[in-house]
Write a protein that binds this ligand. Structure first.
Ligand code: AVJ
Ligand code: FE
Length: 427
């Protein structure tokens, strides 16, 4: 993104303010509790963020001595499953806050002294961008933990998102032909977004907007959860075993739980908290399918005028509040049509922000993929039981989302802010 050290420091600071907001919203008892076996205690996320910053910025980039090598194993995500983390001898909330502040002091000192063109790891500020994005990713995870937490609201009521526009509906034709997927040039792009490579995508139709609560309710009312016909074999087995009847956090009677409050479902907004299997079943019921990852990216980035791929649907400028619902600015997806300035040149809306969108693609490296800087970020997940999600949600920060950004999760997961849009072949 930048080699301007003041800008990098500002991004680190802005990100830490969000972490503080999420962790100061509850008391210490709450921070150490596990609100769901799917999630870590919030105090684990907090110290883990500091530990990653210590490993990469203080020790690796800075070449400094460790602050707390003794705790590395506690915050290594591969050593302990989320469900086992509450039983570990973790730093308590006060210790965790002190630790992350001490790490940050050292990291800012490293930033002051480092030459940003010295090694690939710091070129273009990469290592700092990676740590900003890592903390923002955990902030989104912590926001999902907040959504799972029992009890009343603790996050302050944000302003409502902008109004929708009923005319944003139907499908958009994306013409066939090659486009450039991935990137070589985005300085903060992570390894799995690289390299840029040409993909030939046949013409297809894609929904102008994500599937709304109203549309999803039609699927439910039509008996969609009762009819195996719409579901894949695995999807149906999961639907049966988990007893699924509606998206997660729906409360019946047109209501949903939203961060400790029961609120009416916003019928014109994208459905959120659905698994891949539910998205796949809806799409089949609607006579459509989910887009592939390449289709999604072409719809989001391809400029038919120039043939080049943009950073974002609206161009190369970073997301502003007029483009997309990002960064926890609102605590819910916005109605369809709320971001006309964020549409793609062909008129596809809300590809960035609101809800992560399930694609039909498994998670693999792009052709020519090279691990950078560590295999545990993404390479170890290639070929696993994961589906790719694209576009970011209302809980994703602008620093952690781009037209090339790739997220992934197990197809049964729905505690994340996941929705979808449909696609189909030309007849
Ligand atoms: C990219 C969201 C799948 O949370 O598992 C955080 C991000 N990686 N710490 C995850 C991540 C290491 C990752 N996702
Ligand atoms: Fe992490």
């Amino acid at each position: 993104m930048t080699t301007d050290k003041n800008l990098i420091a500002a991004e680190l600071e802005r990100t830490r303010a969000r972490t503080a907001l999420l962790t100061d919203a509850v008391d210490d008892d709450d921070l150490v509790q596990q609100h769901s076996p799917l999630m870590s205690p919030l105090v684990w996320d907090l110290a883990h963020v500091g530990n990653q910053e210590e490993l990469w910025l203080v020790r690796d980039v800075g070449g400094r001595d460790p602050l707390r090598q003794d705790i590395d194993h506690l915050y290594d995500a591969f050593k302990h499953a989320r469900r086992d983390r509450p039983a570990l001898p973790l730093l308590d909330p006060a210790e965790a806050r002190t630790y992350v502040a001490q790490v940050r002091d050292k990291a800012l000192d490293v930033l002051d002294r480092v030459r940003l063109d010295e090694r690939p790891l710091v070129d273009g500020g990469f290592a700092f961008g990676m740590i900003v994005q890592h903390e923002q990713q955990h902030d989104e995870t912590m926001l999902a933990t907040h959504q799972l937490r029992a009890g009343g609201p603790v996050l302050s009521a944000p302003p409502p998102p902008p109004p929708g526009n009923r005319r944003v509906r139907g499908e958009v034709l994306i013409p066939g032909g090659p486009f450039t997927m991935g990137t070589d040039t985005d300085p903060w792009a992570l390894d799995n977004e690289r390299p840029a490579h040409v993909v030939d995508v046949p013409a297809f139709l894609i929904d102008a907007a994500p599937v709304t609560n109203a549309a999803y309710l039609e699927f439910i009312d039509a008996g969609g959860y009762q009819d195996p016909h719409w579901w894949s074999a695995r999807g149906w087995a999961h639907r049966q075993e988990a007893g699924l009847t509606a998206p997660m956090h729906w409360a019946g009677e047109g209501l949903a739980r939203q961060f400790g409050q029961i609120v009416p479902l916003e019928m014109t907004a994208p459905v959120v908290h659905v698994s891949y299997f539910e998205a796949e079943a809806y799409a089949r019921w609607a006579g459509k399918r989910l887009p592939t990852e390449a289709e999604w990216e072409k719809a989001a980035r391809w400029d038919p005028e120039t043939g080049r791929s943009r950073r974002f649907p609206w161009g190369d400028d970073p997301p502003g509040p007029e483009h997309a619902n990002l960064g926890q600015r609102h605590l819910a997806p916005a109605p369809v049509g709320a971001y006309p300035a964020g549409a793609s040149p062909l008129g596809v809306h809300q590809l960035i922000g609101d809800v992560w969108e399930w694609t039909s693609s498994d998670f693999h490296g792009h052709p020519g993929f090279r691990v950078f800087p560590y295999a545990e970020y993404s390479e170890v997940f290639f070929g696993g039981d994961y589906k790719v999600l694209r576009g970011g949600s209302f809980g994703t920060d602008r620093a952690a989302c781009r037209g090339t950004f790739r997220n992934w999760d197990h197809p049964i997961r729905r505690q994340i802010f996941s929705g979808f849009r449909c696609a189909r072949d030309l007849l």
